[in-house]
Write a protein that binds this ligand. Structure first.
Ligand code: PHE
Length: 352
């Protein structure tokens, strides 16, 4: 033996030390332990091979090898302790205190218009109505003509129209528009269905007009249509009164007055008593001192409208109504300016 056996031993110690210092986690540390100190590890191998060392050097070699083994074991333990401490402090630094209350999650909420539309449709659904929807970009044919409003008829002035610059007829007039009300769905529903019909139609409509506290250029409507044999004005009144009672409670006053819409005959408007001033403030911004707020138009479906979709007015009759959910939300929540619905002011929206 040989200096080279000693040199090998020292080289082994140096390599072992270097690798141990480079181990950065528990897995690397364990791999190192197995490689050097394990049962078939390199140091263990050296000690096992001691028999091959010439007898006169065995004692010195054995002592040296053992010393290295003990030193590496100590260094291993120290390194292990170091790594554990590091891991613990890392844990401690991003620890979660599970006893603390959770951080609040910012919840979205429904827009007041959505709340009211769902409530309105829910009431009618409970009375056997179906909910259907139609297109916001509509043909003149459905928005006006099918509803007994011919081209160039003065009644068109009632709905200031936003025309869509896409299609023109032979006379150069626009034929598409943003629907000015949801009544076109009356014609669409009747065209594709046979009585009995009971539908409500929630959806957006558009008018070319200046905005103020009670007018917007875009707003929602919920349209309703009932067609069957023997439907009478008494059915209209009962249905809408029952609706108002369920939506506003039994103590709300309701009023029907004559009104004109080309697609109904007779036509009415239905009003509700003013929530804001109760009719006592002549300068009230909501009812303008009248004490009443109109919430919908209604009437018996005009025979021409029935004829236009191929129904026989001698056999079937019906009633229709249309209301503005924003106006109803204003009543229910005491909102005094319709423009708040589209201002996207989070302080307003958070109140619902
Ligand atoms: N469509 C009418 C409007 O927007 C409302 C209405 C609907 C009136 C149905 C009568 C019957 O003004």
């Amino acid at each position: 033996m040989t200096t080279s056996a000693f040199a090998d031993l020292n080289a082994l110690r140096d390599a072992a030390t270097r690798e141990l210092d480079a181990a950065v986690d528990a897995a690397a540390l364990e791999a190192w332990r197995v490689a050097y100190l394990g049962r078939s590890g390199k140091i263990t191998g050296v000690l096992r091979g001691i028999a091959a060392v010439p007898a006169d050097q065995r004692r010195v070699f054995g002592a040296a090898a053992n010393e290295i083994k003990v030193a590496l074991e100590q260094r291993f333990e120290a390194r292990q302790a170091d790594l554990e401490r590091g891991a613990l402090s890392a844990l401690a630094s991003d620890a979660i205190d599970i006893t603390l209350p959770g951080r609040p999650v910012d919840m979205g909420r429904l827009h007041p218009t959505t709340i009211v539309i769902r409530e309105i449709c829910g009431i009618f659904q409970s009375m056997g109505f179906q909910v259907v929807e139609g297109p916001e970009v509509e043909w003149d044919k459905y928005n006006f003509e099918a509803l007994n409003i011919p081209k160039d008829h003065p009644a068109r002035d009632k709905w200031d129209t936003i025309w869509v610059d896409a299609n023109k007829d032979v006379e150069g007039r626009f034929t598409t528009l943003l629907r000015t009300h949801n009544s076109p769905m009356q014609a669409r529903v009747m065209e594709t269905n046979q009585p009995p019909i009971r539908v409500v139609v929630p959806g957006k409509c558009f008018r070319y007009e200046a905005t103020d506290a009670t007018h917007e250029s875009q707003f929602f409507q919920v349209e309703g249509l009932v067609v069957d044999e023997g439907v009478s004005f008494a059915n209209l009144k009962h249905t809408l009164y029952e609706f108002a009672r369920r939506l506003f409670g039994g103590d709300r006053k309701v009023r029907f007055r004559c009104d004109f819409f080309p697609f109904v005959e007779p036509g009415v408007d239905m009003s509700i008593d003013c929530f804001k001033c109760g009719g006592r403030d002549p300068a009230c911004r909501i009812c303008r001192g009248s004490g009443w707020i109109e919430i919908m138009g209604a009437g018996m479906v005009h025979p021409n409208v029935l004829r236009n979709v191929g129904y026989d007015p001698a056999r079937v009759s019906g009633f229709a109504f249309g209301m503005g959910p924003e106006r109803i939300a204003m009543l229910k929540y005491g909102i005094d300016d319709i423009r708040l619905f589209y201002a996207n002011d989070i302080r307003f929206l958070r109140q619902f």
